[in-house]
Design a protein around this ligand. Structure first.
Ligand SMILES: [Zn+2]
Length: 139
């Protein structure tokens, strides 16, 4: 026996029910940055909480909250005005797996496709032998 859904009040019904580039009514589009897209993906699709989402994107929680809010505003505009949604741009960095070394002396980290735990190398910046091997995983 399902719980009865409480009635929701709405003050305006949608003018647009169909969103596509082919729609001749659409003369404008809303641009979502890749960061805004990622914020929505982590929070609403991956269902991560704000803290985890912010960590994954390497930004503070207040910043994450701002990015997500901006995304919601744009999507809402697109829904109301039947605008096309485009995703691009912004200050982003794609997460990919890479191997390399880090230096304990000068904190420099660099990618080296041939890197391994066994190989002994010196820092490419300060020539220090106190170097560690690491694998940066895709998160
Ligand atoms: Zn160094």
């Amino acid at each position: 026996m399902g719980r009865r859904t409480r009635r929701r009040w709405v003050s305006e019904t949608p003018n647009n029910f169909y969103f596509s580039e082919e729609n001749p009514k659409l003369d404008d589009c809303v641009i979502i940055s890749v960061a805004e897209f990622e914020a929505m993906r982590l929070k609403h699709y991956m269902k991560l909480d704000q803290q985890r989402s912010a960590e994954r994107m390497g930004i503070s929680q207040p910043t994450f909250s701002r990015v997500l809010d901006s995304a919601h505003q744009k999507i809402t505009q697109a829904l109301i005005y039947g605008k096309v949604i485009q995703v691009y741009g912004g200050n982003i960095d794609y997460k990919k797996k890479w191997v390399g070394y880090g230096c304990l002396s000068c904190k420099h980290e660099w990618e080296d496709r041939t890197a391994s735990k066994e190989k002994k190398v010196n820092c490419i910046k300060c020539n220090s032998p106190d170097v560690y091997f690491f694998v940066r995983e895709v998160i």
